[in-house]
Design a protein around this ligand. Structure first.
Ligand SMILES: [Zn+2]
Length: 486
């Protein structure tokens, strides 16, 4: 019998990208930045993109944008006192900054490599500036502590910087203006993902939370360290929460990677944390080792490296709440316990199942009530098969219910499927619409694409024609695969 499972899916988030200097300015009320001696270079960015491609994932980079400011946006009156409740930088209205050619090149690279790297939100300047002092959390105020970590005042919970939380609106407005220097609204309205500096964001049962501010701008996904002591400060229940549509999941900083030593990679990966986090500097010299480390997550039977953020958050729900029963030639999946919020906030996508297969074995068919439900399929170098189960629902998700899937295993892979090995797109639905021409058929594929990547579709015969409904109904070039773009 073949034992399918819903793999626990892990994504990588990379903290503190966007700084263009490493200098520590804490003594003059500015940010400490990168804790090192070397300034970032374009080649370090390039290595990251290569790493994503080599591991078949789209890591999330969380960006500080003030040093990519080309037109002194951070110095505008609306983001600084007295019009704003805060100064977004230590310089306030006196802020000046222009970017150089190397930075322009990095911004170009980010667009070119969108398939293998996600531009995410960290903040404007990683902190809060008041009275010539730098406070390390930007989006909310963490309770003051002494060196031993003990609270020094009655305040033991994270609080907003001002009562109405206008601070978060200002930071988000300023971040939007910063990215608008490089991205049109159509290209990137706002990042979809967020990792707050020092894990600190404001969450409570009211409408003034960080999630409330960010979700209306387009942030759906957030990761922060919420288990342990910090969870008591921030009120976030263990395991995560949906804050006004922004799904907050727990992350773990990687042990074994000293913050100031760029030449190490970790050995083991943390279990039970959907996000693993480390800092930009940790990748500067060891991109190959990192790609191997990430890909190795797939070597464990019940784990999978997420292809992208949407998949990590979706699989989190399936893994935690869906029940799976294996019977000979059958897999029963019960999704009735998945919380309604996951549906209301569109956090579910198609389901990925993992199954150990022998060297000569493939999943040949996978159906429910006689209908094929298999959208994507591939087998990795460790001998695991991955089946993407899509549907005609929103983002290909499985409705609440009990599904009985019948499958067969033989030497042959399925007749029709998308090979999504080492790719980062999300496959929602693959529908065979039946006869189109004598001996032929018409099939329709629904998916979400990041950047530009080549897609391979297995069909019984080469297609006579293919077109995309999104790319101005353009006909696609076929050469053992289609070149597709978002
Ligand atoms: Zn940071």
């Amino acid at each position: 019998m073949h034992l399918f499972n819903i793999p626990f899916t892990i994504g990588l988030t990379i903290d503190d990208m966007g700084w263009w200097l490493c200098r520590n300015d804490k003594a003059i009320g500015g940010p400490p930045r990168l804790h090192g001696t070397e300034d970032p270079k374009p080649v370090f960015y390039n290595r990251l993109f290569e790493m994503g491609k080599a591991a078949g994932t789209r890591p999330q980079g969380s960006f500080i944008m003030s040093e990519f400011d080309d037109e002194n946006v951070c110095g505008k009156p609306e983001y600084n006192k007295p019009l704003s409740p805060i100064d977004v930088t230590e310089k306030g209205l006196n802020w000046t900054n222009h970017i150089d050619g190397k930075q322009k090149y990095v911004l170009e690279l980010l667009k070119i490599h969108n398939a293998w790297f996600e531009f995410g939100l960290h903040g404007v300047r990683h902190g809060h500036f008041e009275g010539g002092k730098f406070y390390e959390s930007e989006w909310a105020k963490r309770p003051p502590r002494d060196e031993k970590g003990k609270f020094t005042t009655a305040q033991t919970q994270v609080e907003p910087w001002d009562e109405e939380n206008r601070t978060n609106e200002v930071i988000a407005d300023c971040f939007t203006a910063l990215i608008r220097q490089y991205y049109t609204e159509e290209e990137l309205p706002f990042p979809e993902s967020f990792a707050p500096p020092h894990h600190i964001l404001y969450y409570d049962k009211n409408d003034k939370t960080t999630g409330a501010v960010l979700h209306k701008r387009g942030v759906k996904y957030c990761n922060a360290k919420i288990s342990g002591r910090v969870s008591l400060e921030s009120n976030i229940p263990k395991g995560g929460v949906v804050d006004h549509g922004m799904h907050i999941l727990d992350r773990r900083s990687l042990r074994g990677v000293p913050f100031d030593d760029a030449a190490h990679t970790p050995v083991a990966f943390p279990r039970k944390f959907p996000w693993i986090e480390t800092h930009f500097r940790d990748f500067w010299y060891t991109e190959n080792k990192w790609a191997q480390y990430l890909y190795n997550i797939n070597s464990r039977r019940h784990y999978m490296l997420g292809k992208n953020t949407e998949q990590v958050h979706s699989q989190y729900y399936y893994n935690k709440y869906a029940k799976i029963i294996n019977l000979p030639g059958k897999v029963i999946i019960d999704t009735t316990k998945i919380p309604q919020k996951a549906y209301d906030c569109d956090l579910l996508s198609s389901l990925v199942l993992k199954v150990p297969l022998g060297p000569k074995e493939n999943i040949t068919s996978f159906t429910c009530d006689g209908e094929p439900h298999l959208t994507g399929y591939y087998k990795d170098i460790y001998g695991f098969g991955y089946v993407t189960v899509g549907s005609s629902e929103t983002m290909g998700r499985l409705k609440r219910g009990r599904y009985v899937f019948n499958y067969t295993v033989s030497k042959k892979p399925p007749m029709i499927y998308v090979d999504n090995s080492m790719k980062t797109y999300n496959l929602y639905e693959l529908k065979n619409n039946g006869p189109a021409s004598p001996g032929g058929f018409n099939c329709c594929l629904r998916l979400k694409v990041y950047g530009t990547q080549t897609m391979r579709v297995a069909l019984p015969n080469p297609p006579s024609s293919a077109y995309s409904s999104d790319l101005n109904s353009e006909y696609l070039d076929y050469n053992e695969g289609f070149s597709i773009s978002d």
